[in-house]
Write a protein that binds this ligand. Structure first.
Ligand code: ADP
Ligand code: MG
Length: 348
C-alpha cells in the first residue's frame, strides 16, 4: 500500500522535460557492442551484424494493466522491461536494447519517476540490455509506459509459433498460475484496505505468488539451457495470457492439435494453497491465469532424451493431428476441450 512519505517531493514542472530526461537516463551504462549511440540525439544508433533483428513492443496503461495502490513503481519498471524481453526470448533471441516511453500526469513527482527508472535499470543490468532512448510526454490522467525491445538471433535459430509438428513434445518452463493467484490476493487485500485502512494486509507465507505477480522474470535461462542441450524448439511462445490461450495460438499457427495432461501441469505448492484459500481451482489458475511469463515450447520427439527430467521445464503433453482439437486430459482420464479464457485486454 502507498507509503506516507514525509520527504519533500520535486514537482516535474520544476525540472522541465529535458531536465527530467537527463535525470532519469544519466546513470545507465552501455553494455553491448552493438549499441553505437544511445540517449542524447535524434535517434539511437545500433549496429547490425549478421543476425536478424527482433523487435517487440508493449504498452502499459494505469488502471488497465497495473494498479499503483499495490504495485511499487520500482517493481513496475522492472516488470515492464522483463515482460518485453520475454517476447524476445520467446523467439529464441537475445535481447540487446530497449527504448522506454512514458506519459505522466502531474501527480507524479521526480522521485516517483526515479523509482520507476531504478526498476528499469535493475532489469537492464540483470538481462544485459541497454536503454537507448524513448519519449516523454505529459498525460491527462495516470501513467502510461511503453517499452520496445530490440534483440538478435541468427536466422536459423529463430523459433516461430508456426513450427509445431504432430508427435512433438509440449514443454513449459517453471510453474503456472502463481501470478494470477498473486493478483487475486493483492486485489482482495486492496478491498479490505479500502474498507478499513487500519487493517494490515494478510500476506503471510504468500511471498512466492506475490513475487510472481509483482516481479516476474524473463526466462533467458531456459533459452540458454536449450542451447546447451543442443535442442532447438520447433515452436515457442511466452505465457502472457494463460497456457490455454497460448496453446491455441500454437495450434492455430502450426495447424495442429494438442493434448496436455492435468497431472503434469507444474504448479507450486504456494499457488495451490493460495488457490484453495480463495476458492479457485489450481488447474484453472494454471490453464487460464495470465502473466506467468514462462516459455511454452514444442520439441521433436527425437529430443526426448535431451529434455527429459530437466529442472527448468516440464513435459506436459504432445502435439496431435490437425482436426483433433486442443484437449486437456483430466486426472480421471476425461478429455476436456481447451478454450481460451485467458486475460483479454478488451474484455473488461
Ligand atoms: P526528440 O525531441 O528528438 O524526440 P527528445 O527530447 O524527446 O528528442 O529526447 C531526447 C533524448 O532522450 C533522445 O535520445 C530520446 O530517445 C531520449 N529519451 C526521451 N525520453 C526518454 C525516456 N522516457 N526514457 C529514455 N530515454 C528518453
Ligand atoms: Mg521526443
Amino acid at each position: 500500500m502507498e507509503e506516507n512519505n514525509e520527504k519533500k517531493l520535486t514537482e516535474l514542472s520544476q525540472l522541465g522535460e529535458f531536465g527530467l530526461i537527463d535525470r532519469i537516463t544519466k546513470d545507465f551504462e552501455i553494455k553491448n557492442d552493438s549499441t553505437i549511440f544511445g540517449v542524447g540525439d535524434d535517434a539511437a544508433v545500433v549496429s547490425q551484424r549478421e543476425c536478424e533483428l527482433l523487435i517487440t513492443t508493449d504498452l502499459l496503461i494505469e488502471g488497465i494493466h497495473f494498479d499503483l495502490t499495490y504495485t511499487p513503481l520500482k517493481h513496475l519498471g522492472y516488470k515492464a522491461v522483463a515482460v518485453n524481453l520475454s517476447d524476445v526470448y520467446a523467439m529464441n533471441g537475445t535481447p540487446k536494447q530497449i527504448t522506454v516511453s512514458i506519459g505522466l500526469s502531474s501527480r507524479f513527482s521526480l522521485e516517483a519517476i526515479e523509482e520507476l527508472y531504478a526498476g528499469i535499470k535493475l532489469a537492464c543490468n540483470r538481462y544485459g540490455v541497454d536503454l537507448i532512448g524513448g519519449d516523454t510526454s505529459s498525460s491527462q490522467k495516470g501513467l502510461i509506459i511503453s517499452v520496445t525491445a530490440l534483440g538478435e538471433a541468427k536466422k536459423e535459430d529463430i523459433v516461430y509459433r508456426h513450427g509445431a509438428r504432430e508427435n512433438d513434445l509440449i514443454c513449459v518452463s517453471g510453474d503456472l498460475g502463481g501470478a494470477f493467484i498473486g493478483l487475486q490476493l493483492l486485489e482482495r487485500e486492496k478491498l479490505v484496505f479500502m474498507g478499513n485502512p487500519k487493517v494490515q494486509p494478510k500476506f503471510e507465507e504468500r511471498d512466492y505468488v506475490l513475487e510472481r505477480q509483482l516481479k516476474p522474470e524473463a526466462r533467458g535461462d531456459v533459452i540458454a539451457e536449450l542451447k546447451k542441450l543442443g535442442v532447438k524448439p520447433t515452436a515457442m511462445i511466452d505465457i502472457s495470457d494463460g497456457l490455454s490461450s497460448e496453446l491455441l495460438h500454437i495450434c492455430e499457427r502450426s495447424q495442429i492439435g494438442c493434448q496436455v495432461y492435468e497431472e503434469r501441469l507444474p504448479i507450486d505448492v504456494q499457488t495451490i494453497e493460495a488457490s484453495e484459500e480463495m476458492n479457485y481451482d489450481p488447474t484453472i489458475c494454471a490453464m487460464n491465469g495470465g502473466e506467468d511469463y514462462e516459455l511454452l515450447f514444442t520439441v521433436s520427439i527425437a529430443d526426448f532424451e535431451k529434455v527429459k527430467g530437466n529442472k527448468l521445464f516440464s513435459i506436459i503433453g504432445h502435439i496431435t493431428a490437425y482436426g483433433s482439437g486442443a484437449n486437456l486430459i483430466s486426472r480421471d482420464g476425461t478429455s476436456v476441450p481447451i478454450i481460451a479464457q485467458g486475460w483479454n485486454s478488451f474484455a473488461q
